[in-house]
Design a protein around this ligand. Structure first.
Ligand SMILES: C[S@@+](CC[C@H](N)C(=O)[O-])C[C@H]1O[C@@H](n2cnc3c(N)ncnc32)[C@H](O)[C@@H]1O
Length: 299
C-alpha cells in the first residue's frame, strides 16, 4: 500500500504549488488520513483540506504540498506534526449538554443503578470517547453528579475523556471555558461547577475536574486489548462515528462494546450506527436516543 501511495504521489502532486486540489491528490490525502485516523472522504471538503495543508506548509516553511505529504507519511508513530495537522481539521465542534435525550437516559440509568442501597455500586465510571475539548466529559460528570446527589449512599463518579487530538485533551485538562461556551448550562450549574476567573472566563471547579481524566486514544487503532480504558459503566460516543465509513463504524462500536461492563450502557449519536446488533446488547427503547444495554458478557 505504501508503495502505491509513493508512486502515485509523484504523479498526483503538481510541480508548481496550485490553489486547488484535484481528485487524484485529494484521494492520496484521504488515503493517508484514512490509514492514520480512519477518516472517510465525505468527512472533509477538498477546499478545507487544502486550507489545512497549506497552513502547515507555510508555517513549517516546507517547499511543497508533496514534501509535506511525504513528511507526514514518513512519521507513522506519535508525532507533533501529525497532532498540529489533525488539530486544523474540522473535527472538533462540541458543546456542553449537547444532546438532551441521551443525557436524560443517562440520568434515568443512574437512578436505576442507585435506587437500592444494597445493589448500588461504590463507583460509576463513564467514558466519553472522542471528547474533543472536554465539554462532553464535564457534561457527563455534571449530569452524573446531579443524578447521584439525592442518594445518601451515592457512588463516587469517575469520567474518562479520550481523543485523538492532544491539544484538545490539554484544553480539556485545563477545564477553562469562555462564557459563551456555557450558554447551555443553567446559572445554578455554572455557580455549582465553575469558578469565575474574569468577566469572560470560567474554570471547572477542582472537585469536578479531579473526577475526570483525559487519555489519548485513537479509535481507529482501538482494540479490545487496549488496557487504558475499561470496563466502564457508561460509554458515550457521539458525533464521532460520522468520520468513518460503515465498516469502520461497526468495528469501532464492537471495540467500544468490549469496554462496557455487564449491566452498563453504550450511548451513540442518533443515526450514526445503523443495524448494530449483538447478542450481548439490547437496544434501550427511548425517544431520540441510540443506546444499548449490555445484558451479558459474550461467551
Ligand atoms: C465533533 S467532535 C465531538 C465531540 C463530542 N463527542 C461531542 O459530541 O460534542 C469529534 C471528536 O472526535 C475526535 N476524533 C475524530 N477521529 C478520531 C479518532 N480516530 N480517534 C479518536 N478521536 C477521534 C476528534 O478529534 C474530535 O475531537
Amino acid at each position: 500500500m505504501a508503495v502505491t501511495v509513493s508512486l502515485m504521489s509523484a504523479v498526483a502532486f503538481p510541480e508548481i504549488m496550485q490553489t486547488t486540489i484535484d481528485d487524484q491528490e485529494f484521494a492520496l490525502w484521504i488515503e493517508l488520513l484514512g490509514r492514520r485516523i480512519g477518516l472517510r472522504d465525505s468527512a472533509i471538503r477538498k477546499s478545507y483540506l487544502l486550507q489545512c495543508v497549506e497552513t502547515r506548509v507555510r508555517k513549517r516553511g516546507i517547499a511543497s504540498r508533496r514534501a509535506y505529504f511525504e513528511l507526514l507519511r514518513a512519521n507513522s508513530g506519535n508525532n507533533e506534526e501529525w497532532d498540529s495537522f489533525i488539530d486544523l481539521l474540522p473535527l472538533h465542534e462540541t458543546r456542553f449538554l449537547r444532546h438532551a435525550s441521551s443525557l436524560a437516559l443517562l440520568t434515568s440509568y443512574i437512578q436505576q443503578r442507585c435506587a437500592v442501597q444494597k445493589t448500588c455500586p461504590a463507583m460509576l465510571t463513564a467514558w466519553s470517547a472522542g471528547c474533543s475539548t472536554g465539554e462532553e466529559a464535564y457534561t457527563l460528570a455534571i449530569v452524573m453528579d446531579q443524578a447521584v446527589a439525592p442518594y445518601e449512599w451515592r457512588p463516587r463518579i469517575n469520567v474518562i475523556g479520550s481523543d485523538l487530538s492532544r491539544n484538545s485533551l490539554n484544553k480539556a485538562r485545563r477545564g477553562s471555558y469562555q462564557r459563551r461556551a456555557l450558554s447551555n448550562l443553567s446559572a445554578e450549574q455554572i455557580a455549582h461547577y465553575f469558578d469565575q476567573v474574569d468577566d469572560e472566563t470560567f474554570i471547572v471547579k477542582s472537585a469536578l475536574r479531579e473526577r475526570t481524566q483525559y487519555l489519548p486514544v485513537n479509535l481507529h487503532e482501538l482494540d479490545s486489548s487496549n488496557g487504558m480504558v475499561g470496563p466502564v459503566d457508561i460509554v458515550f460516543c457521539q458525533n464521532v462515528l460520522i468520520y468513518f465509513d460503515n465498516v469502520e463504524r461497526e468495528r469501532i462500536v464492537n471495540q467500544l462494546a468490549e469496554h462496557v461492563a455487564p449491566g452498563g450502557v453504550l450511548v451513540l449519536g442518533g443515526g450514526e450506527m445503523l443495524r448494530w446488533n449483538r447478542p450481548d446488547f439490547k437496544r434501550i427503547a427511548a425517544d431520540d436516543t441510540l443506546a444499548y444495554k449490555k445484558i451479558s458478557a459474550l461467551i
